[in-house]
Design a protein around this ligand. Structure first.
Ligand SMILES: *[C@@H]1O[C@H](CO)[C@@H](O)[C@H](O)[C@H]1NC(C)=O
Length: 356
């Protein structure tokens, strides 16, 4: 990982983890315990996050086995940005191997943009730095890398896709931020999650906190201001509620909340190609069809699923999904596996098809 000189400075703007006041502590005792842990022993919290069985890429790719592409005269390959999932960090061996294998395969510069300056901070910020704030740090990281100045391709794993998607919708319309040409979302949480089914509070401290606040308590300013997973928690039975529309970050991103902004559609329209990858056996993201923009039917939120083109965000084109479809930008892929457990061959195949 190489950092430009500007990058450490930008992490300085990330504020310290908040400490709960008495009222917050009585409403959210377990969540406040986690915030305390983040202050007192951040290494322990980072380890707990990394240990979530479904969160991080814990195996390394076999970089040696990747055939190196050497560009011919006249050939070029856009640089590639990779964004990691929850519990992971750009500084872990698994992510480093993904970046190295990607660079070798495509014959281009590749990098992972972190939202914290160290393994521990990058891991914790994927949890306790809210989604909007994380996008802002990610955007400054992109801007600070001179290799990306003329545009880039990007792919994410799990919630890493939210950083890229947020960047597309917020920063494509701003001067000085390079554009994403092709965005490949692997098991992305762009449509949110309605539950965290594999998070057992008995096994993980992190899950005790998540379970406490991801329910009726998710849509308030305090939790939304901190917790990345609350920001994309989308309870399909509550999408009409005033608190969801007012406080939920994902509601604003889909332009289904109170703060509707046309610039989000504009930004989404500036990407040339989208690749949406579904894990057909994914038990982490519910409903897994959200990875390809499906959703639960709000009139029957716990049993009927809508395909991407039956959803409100498609039919009303709330943020640009339909327009991109009409322009032929969408590509759909799947692999038969659990959340982000694609094989090396599958990843290399998608890179060859879409990034070369
Ligand atoms: C949705 O798209 C599928 C193809 O992906 C198509 O077969 C179907 O007719 C479309 N449905 C609607 C409601 O447009």
């Amino acid at each position: 990982m190489k950092f430009s000189l500007a990058l450490p400075l930008l992490f300085a703007s990330v504020s310290a983890t908040p400490i709960c006041d008495d009222a917050q502590r009585s409403s959210f005792p377990k969540f406040c315990d986690l915030l305390d842990l983040a202050s007192s022993n951040e290494a322990s919290l980072a380890d707990d996050l990394f240990a979530l069985p479904w969160a991080a890429i814990q195996k390394e790719l076999d970089v040696e086995a990747v055939e190196e592409r050497r560009l011919e005269e006249g050939e070029s390959a856009l640089p590639i940005v990779v964004a990691h999932g929850m519990g992971d960090s750009c500084f872990n061996r698994g992510m480093k191997s993904i970046v190295d294998a990607t660079s070798k395969k495509v014959g281009s510069y590749a990098t992972c943009i972190p939202t914290g300056s160290t393994r521990i901070k990058d891991t914790i910020n994927g949890f306790l730095l809210n989604m909007d704030a994380s996008v802002d740090v990610f955007a400054e990281g992109v801007k600070a890398d001179p290799n990306l100045a003329d545009g880039f391709n990007a792919y994410g794993l799990s919630q890493g896709n939210n950083l890229i998607r947020g960047y597309i919708q917020k920063y494509h319309t701003q001067d000085g931020y390079p554009k994403v040409n092709t965005f490949m979302s692997i098991c992305g949480i762009n449509a949110g999650v309605g539950a965290f089914p594999n998070c057992n509070p008995e096994d993980h401290k992190v899950c005790a906190g998540l379970t406490e606040v991801l329910g009726d308590l998710a849509y308030n300013e305090f939790v939304q201001g901190i917790l990345f997973q609350a920001n994309y928690f989308r309870d399909p039975s509550k999408t009409d509620s005033a608190s969801y529309k007012k406080h939920s970050q994902i509601a604003q991103w889909e332009n289904e909340g109170d703060d509707v902004q046309e610039s989000r559609n504009e930004g989404f329209g500036m990407t040339s190609k989208y690749v949406w990858v579904l894990g057909t056996e994914d038990t982490v993201v519910w409903p897994r069809e959200g990875e390809v923009w499906g959703a639960m039917d709000p009139s029957d939120p716990f049993s009927t699923k809508l395909a991407y083109n039956e959803t409100n965000w498609y039919k009303e084109d709330t943020f640009g999904l339909r327009k991109a479809d009409e322009e032929g930008k969408h590509n759909w892929e799947s692999f038969d596996g659990e959340h982000i457990q694609f094989t090396q061959a599958e990843l290399m195949g998608w890179l060859e098809k879409y990034f070369m």
